[in-house]
Design a protein around this ligand. Structure first.
Ligand SMILES: [Zn+2]
Length: 258
């Protein structure tokens, strides 16, 4: 008798649960769940295609009046381009999205050579998105006509800047590397237009937001217009630690922290 009652009760509970599960009951998002943040992607890795520089960061991106090549001398001497932008690479099934810059010694003679920021900029990404990319840095620059461009430096042996840091033109962002031994040492260098901070792939059949890196840097050099060699931002950052007084030429000393 007792056993029969329990069995009947169990069947009823089972039917109720089954109907709830079958219907809208368990699918409905409850009141308490409405503002629960979305979970991480399945692998727990952020998809950088959806990472856009926020408004504050957009504003901090400095205006860059002059661009220089990222490796070798200021005039890209001592460097050759082993795989040019938009060259078809049958093995990788796409076109090259950047320039592969190498020291003229070839192979690993450029391992550890400095990689320079092409212009005054704000570091938007610094990390290792995958073993094949190795260490990678993306910096944002604002051109004199208001465009936001990104420079990207891939396969680095070492990263010397942090996200959020201002880097001057010619400032070291890292060193030439091999992407964990995947390649002979070289710098995979890209120039991009737009604000989405997406590492992306090194080969594609579509240009996406990539620009011809060498042509873009060449077009924005403005070297003749600027007589001094060092970036104004570089001078400012170098002197920032020593600012204890503020003097204006011809005026008396305004502030003295000491
Ligand atoms: Zn490359």
């Amino acid at each position: 008798m007792l056993l029969g009652t329990l069995l009947a009760a169990a069947v009823m509970v089972g039917v109720v649960l089954w109907r709830v599960d079958d219907g809208i009951g368990t699918e409905r998002i409850g009141f308490q769940d409405a503002d629960v943040p979305l979970g991480m992607p399945a692998e727990g890795v952020v998809d950088f295609r959806f990472l856009f520089a926020d408004g504050w960061r957009e504003e901090v991106i400095p205006v860059a009046l002059r661009f220089d090549p990222p490796m070798g001398s200021e005039d890209a001497g001592l460097v050759y381009n082993a795989q040019k932008f938009w060259e078809m690479n049958e093995r990788r099934g796409g076109r090259h999205m950047g320039d592969d810059l190498n020291g003229i010694g070839g192979m690993n003679t450029d391992l550890g050579d400095p990689v320079f920021a092409v212009a005054d900029g704000l570091v938007l990404y610094a990390g290792e998105p995958s073993p094949g990319w190795g260490n990678l840095v993306i910096a944002g620059h604002r051109t004199s006509d208001g465009r936001v461009l990104h420079s990207m430096y891939g396969h680095l042996q070492r990263i010397d800047v942090a996200v959020g840091a201002l880097v001057p033109r010619g400032g070291k962002v890292g060193t030439v590397g091999t992407a964990n031994g995947h390649y002979p040492a070289h710098l995979h260098f890209e120039m991009r237009v737009g604000t989405g901070v997406d590492v992306g792939a090194g080969y594609s059949l579509h240009p996406l937001n990539r620009l011809d890196p060498t042509a873009t840097v060449e077009g924005l050099r403005n070297a003749e217009a600027e007589e001094i060699s060092a970036s104004p931002l570089a001078l400012m950052l170098a002197e920032a630690a020593d600012w204890t007084t503020l003097e204006i030429e011809g005026a008396e000393k305004l502030t003295e922290l000491e």
